[in-house]
Design a protein. Structure first.
Length: 155
């Protein structure tokens, strides 16, 4: 089975919602991303980091290694802990050891930003993904980011 695995260090950024607005003046609809400028900047930084890591993992090729094949994706997002997980002395509070990242950023928006960044580098279209496993965990400081594995499904 063909597999590509790599890691990205940095802060995973969600891809927010967007909406189409029709312009009578232009005679067509155009996409308007929602969210703040700060989040758009984070998204651009995350997108660039994912693309760079993907290019390094794929190597010097002229086309994505996965074209017109069904894919499985396994992603582990490693998120920064909130400030309230840390004691004033700098250690992790006892209750925080088992805490799960059940707050923002949204799971599905992290996936969307990441999979969109791989289009054209790892695969020709993210519509090829037929199965996925995705987890969010809290990372140790300095290890925020993600680990990803993209594999061709057999049969």
């Amino acid at each position: 089975m063909k597999t590509i695995t790599f890691e990205v260090l940095g802060t995973p950024a969600p891809k927010g919602s967007s909406r189409a607005i029709y312009s009578k003046k232009l005679g067509r609809a155009f996409n308007v991303p929602s969210g703040s400028n700060v989040n758009r900047d984070r998204m651009k930084t995350w997108d660039a980091a994912v693309r760079e890591a993907a290019r390094a993992a794929v190597g010097d090729v002229t086309a994505p290694p996965f074209v017109l094949v069904p894919l499985f994706v396994d992603i582990l997002f490693r998120l920064a802990r909130p400030a309230d997980h840390w004691s004033k002395k700098g250690g992790l509070k006892p209750w925080a050891n088992d805490a799960k990242p059940m707050f923002k950023p949204d799971f599905d928006k992290l996936v969307r930003s990441t999979l969109d960044a791989l289009k054209g580098t790892v695969y020709d279209d993210d519509a090829r993904i037929c199965s996925a496993r995705v987890d969010k965990i809290y990372a140790s400081p300095g290890y925020e980011g993600m680990a990803i594995q993209v594999s061709q499904l057999e049969g």
